[in-house]
Design a binder for this molecule. Sequence first.
Ligand code: ADP
Ligand code: MG
Length: 257
Amino acid sequence: ETPPDVPLQVRNLRKTFGGIVAVDDVSFAVEAGTITGLIGPNGAGKSTTFDCIAGALEPDSGSVRFNGADVTGFRPDQIATRGLVRTFQIARELPEMTVLENLMLAPTDQVGEQLWRSVMPGARGSVIDQERELRERVWETLEFFEIDHLARQKAGALSGGQRKLLEMARALMTDPDLLLLDEPLAGVNPTLEEKLLDRIHDLRDQGYTFLLVEHDMDVIMDHCEHVIVMHQGSLLAEGPPTEIRSNEQVIDAYLGG
Ligand code: ADP
Ligand code: MG
């Protein structure tokens, strides 16, 4: 059984691609209301781990438990409906649509046509009421990320950093409990980076839980309360940032590439 303060539990996860063992017997847990960091050199298996958790890939073996249920092998929309969403290393907005449209479509897009109403809190009553509630929520979300002034712009015309904000805004539209963020700061300028980190902290304070993959060690050390380190598909170390920073094996793995 998964304790209620541990929403995500990954056990003995393994994923191979042909002869490559991308994720090799990895186990860890993410505690509720934390920002947990998942780090490791390129090719360590971080994105594959995310894919297995969020349902994009089916693991060869091992299990993923979320909010007390075994969700191993579930589809991404089934997992999103239960309150776990991921963002991608490469943002996946709809470039020809406006920012506003991207958010309006996000719940349907990520949790499936018939299901989005069940995840929209209070989305009951007439279609007109539902549409109004959705619009209100979209504008609240745009304002929260300070991209409301970009609402009518095509998503494809945004800067890299603005697209990352949009990507997180889209994920939030499904009303998740836990967000998996894959390199949310990649290609983001320092001003927007600070804004994004502030928003992550605000959301954590509101009770959201984060598991984030990030390359920048300083960001991890300053912003995560727990750090998980992967190397060559395996779990190398985990613990509080100060411990991880001085861990010899972690230092070797990073210097060794
Ligand atoms: P990270 O996100 O830590 O950089 P990945 O999970 O992307 O690492 O990759 C882990 C390993 O699995 C790498 O060796 C990578 O080349 C390999 N890999 C990832 N995805 C695939 C795939 N679809 N097909 C074949 N090999 C893959
Ligand atoms: Mg990756």
